[in-house]
Design a protein. Structure first.
Length: 567
């Protein structure tokens, strides 16, 4: 008996709940094998191979994904299906796997077994994903994209600004980055849905990491002019090579290059060596109206524009030509692309004053004629090879302080998508309308005009955009304004001279600072004003022009982006 008691004493020893060590070890080994097998199977379901093993996924979302930065990029880091759609934390992962059983059911039922059926349900499925990511503060996005690890100096200015806004306001990745790996569907959402889906969550607010706080200080510093007073021989933008390929291969990016000094324009005597100089890139805007800019599903900057009060200049300076390329090629917001039309026009802007007059000179490269297919003869305005227009306004005009002259461009104007049949709708501003729709179609407010008495009161209060225009064909100077309509009065308050000098157009302007004429904005040297430019090059008319962002015009003011320095 004693010998039997001593046989295998260790494994026979009882431990918790009367179980022997041998039994405990047995079940432990079985548990490890089971757990290992379970996890092996679990991880197998997280692979790309598994995810696209059914043709519903392989023929639809996978094909879209392979053309995005999540599939191939300069860093060589690929995000697979599970990185975005399966949580890392074990409990959340199990919940997600259980939810996936519903997807298996719909595969069996054939709910989305063809591309046509898949597209019918695409928006509903996308809404489910967006809602889930909103609830988790975009947890799967932040597994790779961490605020603390980002360097705002390496981001585009508008991206960095929106990230700061998100941290301040309590927004999350999916608020802005819908459709980043699959076919775009968020443009099908109504503005009301977007507002609910992208509503800020106070729980998601964050203190700015040190590099972000430093970037904000730098970003909020006053913007100085591009250069100090420049000599008359300052470099101007060289003309890009004439575009001969289709629109997708539009003219290459234009770069400033040395050019002969512009000659003094007849009739306008100014010492241009005392003028400040700024290089401004005008871009092709397509059909991007003021209303378009306020729609979140169309314009990613709508949120920071409306809620943070950001200026278009603050987000888009430096991106103008890239934006223009999207429109001029028909990739975005353009129903009638013109093959070969350049996406941007680089303009050298010089400004000076003598206490009585403002003098400005604009120099930009001409290009070979690019005919348009939808006009007989290929020239929209055969009498004018180029036209130049300026708009000036105070901050009292709605939208002017943020968007410059963009507030005059509406979705229902001539040539725009919601232009009413049989109506001549020119530019107008919000002060002349009782309502302007930026939510439901048709967009704009051409038929919501205020009474003539109210419009006259707005004009008297200075609530208009002062419009100055030059036509190269006739050499005509025009002085007008925009309020309820575009009103051109002649050339009483402004004088232009223009000519071709080599490969460049050179247009000079002389404009009296003070005027008592209705529709003329008197300019006080102690104040900043909003100014924007447009060039109708290559015999263009209507909306097929190139435009600038809105800039701040000042007089001997280093904080002005275009600073008219004293003669």
């Amino acid at each position: 008996m004693d010998n039997l008691k001593q046989k295998n004493p260790f494994f026979s020893r009882k431990v918790l709940f009367g179980a022997t060590i041998g039994a405990a070890l047995f079940f432990m080994v079985v548990g490890v094998i089971f757990w290992g097998g379970f996890n092996t199977v679990m991880e197998a379901t997280n692979t790309m191979t598994f995810c696209i093993s059914c043709h519903e996924m392989e023929e639809n979302v996978y094909q879209e994904y392979t053309h995005t930065a999540h599939y191939t990029n300069r860093s060589g880091v690929r995000a697979t299906c599970s990185d975005c759609h399966v949580p890392d934390p074990w409990v959340h992962k199990m919940v997600r796997k259980i939810q996936a059983s519903n997807e298996v059911l719909h595969k069996v039922l054939g709910t989305i077994d063809t591309p046509e059926k898949f597209d019918q349900h695409r928006l509903r499925m996308a809404r489910n994903v967006w809602k889930a990511m909103k609830t988790t503060d975009s947890r799967e996005c932040r597994n790779c994209h961490d605020w603390d690890s980002m360097n705002p100096e390496n981001q585009k200015q508008r991206s960095a600004k929106q990230h700061i806004f998100a941290m301040d306001e309590g927004q999350t990745c999916i608020d802005c980055h819908k459709g980043i790996a699959h076919k775009k569907t968020h443009d099908l959402l109504s503005d009301e849905e977007i507002e609910v889906l992208e509503k800020s969550n106070p729980a998601y607010k964050r203190e700015l990491p040190p590099q972000w706080a430093a970037y904000r200080v730098k970003m909020e510093a006053p913007a100085a002019p591009a250069t100090a007073p420049a000599p008359a021989s300052a470099p101007v933008a060289a003309a890009p090579a004439p575009a001969t390929e289709p629109a997708a291969a539009a003219a290459p990016a234009a770069k400033p290059a040395a050019a002969p000094a512009a000659k003094a324009s007849a009739g306008i005597k100014a010492d241009w060596s005392k003028a400040s100089t700024r290089q401004v890139m005008l871009f092709y805007p397509g059909q991007t109206s003021m209303e378009w800019a306020l729609i979140g599903s169309q314009h990613g900057g709508a949120r920071v524009y409306s809620k943070a009060g950001d200026r278009c200049f603050a987000c888009h300076e430096g991106e103008q030509e890239a934006m223009g390329k999207k429109m001029v090629t028909g990739e975005k917001a353009e129903e009638h692309p013109i093959p070969g039309k350049r996406p941007g026009v680089p303009v050298q802007v010089q400004a000076t004053h003598d206490g009585e007059y403002l003098y400005m000179r604009f120099t930009w490269p001409d290009t070979a004629h690019v005919p348009v297919s939808f006009v007989d003869g290929g020239k929209m305005d055969k009498d004018n090879p180029t036209k130049l227009a300026l708009m000036i306004a105070t901050d009292e005009v709605k939208e002017a302080g943020q968007s410059g002259c963009w507030g005059t461009c509406h979705h229902d104007a001539n040539g725009m998508p919601d232009a009413p049949a049989g109506q001549d709708v020119t530019k107008y501003i919000a002060e002349s309308r009782t309502e302007i729709s930026a939510r439901s179609a048709p967009l704009g407010g051409w038929d919501k005009r205020k009474g003539e008495g109210e419009i006259a009161a707005e004009l008297k209060a200075g609530h208009f955009m002062d419009l100055l225009r030059y036509k190269a064909g006739s050499g005509k100077s025009e002085d007008g304004y925009i309020l309820a309509d575009r009103v051109m009065q002649g050339g009483q308050g402004v004088e232009f001279n223009g000519e071709k000098q080599g490969d460049n157009w050179v247009v000079s302007m002389k404009r009296k600072l003070n005027s008592s004429t209705a529709g003329d904005l008197s300019l006080n040297p102690g104040q900043l004003y909003n100014i924007g430019f447009a060039i109708h090059d290559d015999y263009t008319s209507g909306r097929f022009h190139h435009v600038s962002l809105g800039y701040k015009l000042g007089f001997d003011n280093p904080e002005a982006e275009i600073n008219a320095t004293r003669q």
